[in-house]
Ligand binder design. Structure first.
Ligand SMILES: Cc1cc2nc3c(=O)[nH]c(=O)nc-3n(C[C@H](O)[C@H](O)[C@H](O)COP(=O)(O)OP(=O)(O)OC[C@H]3O[C@@H](n4cnc5c(N)ncnc54)[C@H](O)[C@@H]3O)c2cc1C
Ligand SMILES: *[C@@H]1O[C@H](CO)[C@@H](O)[C@H](O)[C@H]1NC(C)=O
Ligand SMILES: *[C@@H]1O[C@H](CO)[C@@H](O)[C@H](O)[C@H]1NC(C)=O
Ligand SMILES: *[C@@H]1O[C@H](CO)[C@@H](O)[C@H](O)[C@H]1NC(C)=O
Ligand SMILES: *[C@@H]1O[C@H](CO)[C@@H](O)[C@H](O)[C@H]1NC(C)=O
Ligand SMILES: *[C@@H]1O[C@H](CO)[C@@H](O)[C@H](O)[C@H]1NC(C)=O
Length: 501
């Protein structure tokens, strides 16, 4: 990563801290909202609660409904008294909202424990990382020619444009749709990238088919469980995540969610929201949420509601929409199942062509898009708390491994990958959109004061994307409430911000 991005980061951080919280100003028609509901306490809902508090001030009541665990797709499993991430695990150093949350919450970055990566094609290891970075570059150059450099420039250019969002948001600008947001960052080119296969964009760039098969496809498989036909935009998000400046939260990424809810002074309701309906009383429009807790059913009225969970029918949010005109229903499309299997045992290095485990130098193995393979990746996992003396287990020792696959592993598959094992823990996720299963990008505004966060996942699914959407929705809800139309969907923001400064 070049020095340019580091200096950009410094500029953005200084803007973020200089602008600070916006004061809640009175509703033009009168009162500020008195009650806001957020459905879902994953990173998206927790961050929304935090930003709503920032923008609407200390008086408003913020209720957050969660039917399962705080954290949602950020979760851990325990093996041998240690916790391991089973869902979203990796954060990029330029994910500025996540960085800021961790800083404000006094959480720590988890140290990165070095380990080498290999790519396996079902028969042999075809690509391996060495200790010496320059040698790796040289090898890549030799094997794939100019492809690698072109690709790196492409990803950096996209990231640089994407990072404009932090400036826009620090200046209070909001967008009424994912399309408007993307357009303001990268013009129609960004929107087109949400529709076009990654492989097409890369071939057009001059990246070779071989590089796509041997490097890009394995990265897409480990990050999104899908092939190089996924849209170019999410592909670029995924490739940015394959660079080396990555981190995680000490103690577990989900600590960010519980921390944000606390900092927002939100009321957490352990309840499943069953239905939402608009209620018009005189001039005022409110929303009625009906929900079920351990104690029974309840019903509450809210001025503003944010839905921070995927609304595809198959995901079992259980949320129904009543009395909306025109009727509103579940969204089209489906989510991709990815199974995270955490195994405590001995890796069968023979399977990768290393009869002697002591000679197996890799901490993680990615795979090419090979129909015969029953898994996407296998990697030695680090616990969420790493003590100073922590080291990775050697392959000849028992260790904790994380396997990603599309289907749960059966016994014979486990016996193929592991010589023997002590424990196996399986988490089946509806992990991220099954790209290509929805005709377009879902809406953000469902009704005047009813917002939907997870549409952004169809541009790219990551913790930071949900955080960007959370900030956008808090700003949008605030501007809509206060009828500040000049802060929504403005064009030419780069230029405006320059003249504002
Ligand atoms: C295996 C895996 C690996 C991943 N790896 C990464 C990674 O390395 N880096 C990265 O940035 N991202 C990664 N991701 C993606 C990332 O985890 C998600 O994009 C992000 O966590 C989504 O957060 P969210 O809050 O938008 O949704 P969720 O986390 O899904 O939160 C929604 C919440 O709403 C609750 N809910 C649903 N319906 C109701 C209802 N009716 N009433 C009340 N509550 C309800 C759910 O219980 C859930 O807690 C990964 C995801 C998976 C599954
Ligand atoms: C995006 O697609 C539209 C419609 O196909 C086209 O008009 C536009 O030029 C494209 N934008 C870019 C930057 O390629
Ligand atoms: C990728 O997978 C989809 C099904 O999910 C399939 O339709 C498509 O042909 C595959 N593309 C490639 C390049 O293998
Ligand atoms: C793990 O880290 C978190 C955050 O720093 C800390 O609160 C917790 O006590 C730690 N747990 C252990 C077992 O060290
Ligand atoms: C929600 O609950 C209220 C009060 O119990 C009830 O009158 C209403 O019919 C319920 N709405 C739906 C859609 O179930
Ligand atoms: C390990 O992998 C080898 C090579 O694929 C296979 O023959 C063997 O059955 C696997 N399992 C064990 C327990 O060695």
């Amino acid at each position: 990563m070049g020095g340019f991005q580091l200096s950009l980061l410094a500029v953005v951080l200084s803007i973020l801290s200089a602008v600070g919280d916006q004061e809640a100003s009175p509703h033009v028609d009168g009162a500020p909202p008195s009650k806001i509901a957020v459905v879902g306490a994953g990173i998206g809902g927790s961050a929304t609660a935090h930003f709503l508090r920032q923008h609407f001030g200390p008086e408003v009541q913020v209720d957050v409904f969660e039917k399962g665990e705080v954290g949602g797709r950020l979760a851990t499993v325990t093996v041998n008294h240690n916790d391991y991430e089973s869902g979203g695990s990796i954060i990029h150093s330029l994910n500025l909202h996540m960085q800021e949350f961790v800083k404000q919450l006094g959480l720590k970055h988890r140290r990165n424990v070095a380990g080498k990566t290999a790519v396996f094609n079902g028969e042999e290891v075809i690509l391996e990382e060495t200790d010496w970075y320059l040698l790796d570059l040289f090898r890549l150059w030799w094997r794939y020619g100019i492809s690698f450099i072109r690709l790196q420039m492409w990803v950096e250019e996209i990231m640089e444009k994407f990072m404009r969002i932090y400036k826009y948001q620090a200046h209070g600008y909001a967008f009424s749709s994912v399309e408007e947001l993307l357009d303001s960052l990268g013009g129609s080119g960004f929107i087109n990238m949400t529709r076009r296969p990654l492989s097409d964009s890369l071939l057009e760039l001059g990246v070779s088919q071989r590089f796509i098969d041997e490097v890009i496809a394995p990265v897409m498989r480990v990050n999104y469980g899908q092939n190089v036909s996924i849209p170019a935009f999410v592909g670029a998000v995924s490739l940015a995540g394959a660079q080396n400046n990555l981190w995680a939260v000490e103690g577990g990424n989900k600590l960010v969610c519980s921390g944000l809810l606390r900092m927002a002074n939100a009321n957490l309701l352990k309840a499943r929201v069953n239905s939402i309906s608009p209620v018009q009383s005189g001039e005022a429009l409110q929303y009625q949420l009906n929900f079920t807790t351990a104690a029974g059913t309840g019903s509450e009225l809210y001025d503003i509601v944010v839905l921070a969970t995927p609304l595809q029918d198959s995901l079992g949010s259980g949320l129904e929409f009543h009395d909306f005109t025109p009727p509103f229903d579940h969204l089209p499309g489906s989510y991709h199942s990815t199974v995270a299997t955490i195994v405590h045992g001995y890796l069968n290095t023979s399977f990768f062509g290393f009869a002697d485990p002591r000679l197996f130098p890799f901490a993680s193995v990615l795979t090419t898009d090979t129909p015969a393979l029953f898994f996407n990746s296998v990697a030695s996992a680090c616990p969420v708390n790493i003590s100073a003396g922590f080291r990775r287990r050697q392959p000849q020792e028992a260790g904790v491994y994380k396997v990603f696959s599309a289907q749960p592993l059966d016994k014979s598959e486990l016996k193929t990958l592991f010589r023997s094992y002590y424990s196996v823990q399986v988490t089946e996720w509806q992990a991220y959109p099954h790209y290509g299963s929805s005709p377009g990008l879902p809406p953000v505004e469902l009704h005047p004061n009813l917002y939907y966060l997870n549409g952004i996942e169809w541009a790219g699914s990551a913790m930071e994307m949900s955080s960007v959407a959370a900030k956008n929705i808090a700003l949008l809800a605030y501007h809509r409430w206060n009828k500040q139309t000049d802060m929504v969907d403005q064009r030419d923001l780069m230029h405006r911000i320059k003249t504002e400064l």
